[in-house]
Design a protein around this ligand. Structure first.
Ligand code: ATP
Length: 620
């Protein structure tokens, strides 16, 4: 697994790090929320205007009191201005926050939809904890940036522009001097921005790595405990925490240098204006009033300019998070169901009823495949599964049996050869249409957090009580239902931790059977079952072939010796094909596999050696 390196910022292809590009990206994010952006900007500007008007009214009020004029209308106006400014500010803030939440909601929907549909290979390349943190931590940081920085930038720029226009009118030369000082501050800010963005990216990557490493430890907690690995795992995660801290402190350091730089520039421009402007006051072309007015307008530049610089810094921080979100959104994914041709809604009527009987349910023709280039796992594999047939795939460990299931499930596409469902090339069908034909009970026996019923009815949420009872009986789950507090509505823990491995395997089998597919794929269905349940499952498999075809992978040949056909896989090819008795005489590979398990021809007494790793822990 090649996880994301948290210590290295990873710019996406075509990454443009200029501030203009960053602002444009942030602006693009608000598509669909432009009314809110405009409303929030207008409200903030109105708030500023109302704020600026208050000193004027206050001045008049003071003057009026000196002249003993009526005061109350001015005081009422002042109070109205104050209340309106507060109300405008509150509404503006709410509109902004709501817009930020809206942007984050859209991004989270897109990310979740994408991450659940990535090409299977991508899950091997990226750590799930890190992917999760892009949906949670990165979007949260981005919300702050979008809701705060954009409006600060727009309003700050507008107010500053207004002040500049008035300053040009009063004294262009003085403005030039001010502009030079501000430009010096802007250069300092610009030199800091790159560092802020890189540090922010490093911090977000480290947060992702914390989530990924924590997930690694929690996902294997019994193993970690037994091998006394808590401290090692904590130390491993601690390194990530330290990296996040270092990057966070660096971001804070750079951001805190920015404010004094801006303040120095503003104070410097005041001094320049005072000294140079003062020297130029001559009472004719340059009056003292001009200088005072110019100084006042220069002061109006202070707040908007600092908010523009702060916003630019914030936007660069947000770009670190956005970069990671964009990377996740551009990972190769399977087409969504909406993009693929419409497929039938699962009816629980086996698909085979709608296709000609003479075509095999599944056929592999000369399939070649490797997970990585130049390392083929399958090299020209061919076999087929006819209707109501039980076909077994056997072979040494690593021969490629589970890989066949992965191809049939269309998690990967073959490098060569053709995969056919009901005589139709898989490439001509949507992935959903292919998967609709199959149900899988694989080695991992996935059980998700939820009730026993949720787990059994996962593929068919609207299954009737009778259908559920039927598969419970078939999978020999009655005992579990009786024992589990709450029965079918009893909650199974994370990854089905409250069940034994054998029970989990039978839950997965019940789920697969309930789907009533055209083809049932069983990968090591007996690996966690005792001999009593293994025999029962063999009977179930025979019964199931009355309804659908079965392709089963098993190391324990006793499970599959009654199969209609056994395909022996060797070195990615079909080494032999036939029934148990035929293969015992014709296939040296099969004989070797059978010899290790002391299997005799079917019909004679069978003695199965249960591999130590699959020996049952509890009698049923
Ligand atoms: P077993 O009987 O032990 O379950 P198998 O016959 O099912 O083995 P596969 O799981 O299909 O074997 O694996 C075939 C080969 O492909 C092995 O060499 C394995 O290391 C490799 N392999 C399996 N999955 C991947 C993957 N996701 N990425 C890279 N290589 C893989």
């Amino acid at each position: 697994m090649t996880g994301t390196d948290p210590d290295r910022a990873q710019p996406a292809a075509g990454d443009d790090r200029s501030t203009r590009a960053a602002v444009a990206t942030m602006y693009r994010l608000t598509t669909g929320h432009r009314t809110s952006v405009t409303a929030a900007t207008a409200l903030t500007l109105a708030g500023s205007a109302l704020g600026l008007a208050q000193p004027l009214v206050a001045k008049h009020a003071v003057d009026a009191s000196g002249r003993e004029q009526v005061l109350w209308p001015l005081l009422l106006l002042l109070a109205t201005l104050f209340v309106t400014e507060a109300a405008t500010g509150a509404v503006g803030r709410f509109v902004l926050e709501r817009m930020g939440e809206g942007v984050v909601r859209g991004l989270r929907h897109s990310l979740v939809a994408r991450l659940l549909r990535l090409e299977m290979r991508e899950y091997g390349r990226h750590r799930s904890g890190d992917l999760i943190s892009r949906v949670t931590a990165d979007t949260t940081l981005l919300r702050e940036v979008v809701s705060q920085a954009l409006v600060d930038l727009v309003t700050g720029a507008l107010v500053a522009a207004g002040a500049i226009v008035l300053m040009v009118w009063i004294d262009p030369l003085l403005l030039l001097l001010v502009a030079l000082t501000v430009a010096a501050a802007a250069a300092v800010v610009a030199s800091l921005l790159k560092g802020i963005r890189a540090a922010s990216e490093r911090m977000q990557n480290s947060v992702g790595a914390i989530a990924a490493d924590l997930e690694r430890a929690l996902g294997a907690l019994p193993m970690v405990r037994v091998h006394r690995g808590e401290d090692r795992e904590a130390a491993r995660i601690g390194v990530r925490v330290e990296a996040a801290h270092t990057a966070g402190v660096r971001t804070a350091k750079l951001a805190s240098v920015m404010s004094p730089a801006v303040e120095l520039a503003v104070q410097g421009s005041f001094l320049i204006v005072l000294v140079i402007g003062g020297l130029r006051v001559d009472g004719r072309t340059h009056s003292l009033g001009d200088l005072v007015a110019f100084l006042l307008y220069a002061s109006y530049l202070v707040l908007p300019l600092s908010s523009v610089f702060r916003a630019v810094g914030l936007i660069q921080r947000g770009m670190g998070a956005y970069q990671r979100i964009e990377q996740a959104l551009s990972l190769p994914a399977e087409p969504s169901q909406r993009e693929t041709p419409p497929v039938r809604v699962r009816t629980r009527e086996p698909v085979r009823q709608t296709v000609p009987r003479e075509e095999p349910v599944l056929a592999l023709r000369d399939i070649g495949f490797g997970y990585v280039p130049d390392r083929p796992v399958l090299r020209g594999l061919s076999f087929s599964v006819a209707h109501r047939q039980q076909v077994a795939l056997v072979g040494r460990s690593g021969a490629g049996k589970s890989t066949v299931f992965a191809l049939v499930s269309r998690f990967y596409e073959p490098d060569s050869g053709v995969l056919l469902f009901d005589g139709l090339p898989a490439t001509g069908l949507s992935r959903a249409a292919c998967r609709e034909r199959i149900a899988v009970d694989d080695q991992n026996t996935h059980v998700v957090h939820g009730t026993l019923r949720d787990n059994i009815t996962y593929a068919v949420p609207d299954a009737t009580e009778a259908e559920v009872r039927r598969v419970i009986e078939l999978a020999r789950l009655e005992g579990v239902v009786r024992r589990l507090p709450g029965g079918l509505s009893g909650v199974l823990g994370e990854r089905g931790g409250t069940l034994s491995a054998g029970e989990r395997q039978r839950v997965a089998l019940a789920r697969a059977l309930l789907a009533r597919p055209a083809l049932l794929l069983l990968d090591e269905p007996t690996s966690h079952l005792d001999t009593v349940n293994e025999t029962a499952l063999t009977t179930v498999m025979r019964d199931v072939t009355r309804e659908c075809s079965v392709l089963v992978v098993a190391h324990r040949l006793s499970t599959v010796q009654h199969a209609d056909r056994i395909v022996v896989l060797d070195n990615g090819r079909t080494a032999a094909c036939g029934r148990h008795e035929e293969l015992l005489t014709s296939s040296p590979t099969y004989r070797e596999l059978a010899a290790g398990q002391m299997l005799r021809p079917a019909g004679t007494r069978t003695s199965t050696v249960t591999p130590a790793r699959t020996r049952p822990r509890h009698p049923l």
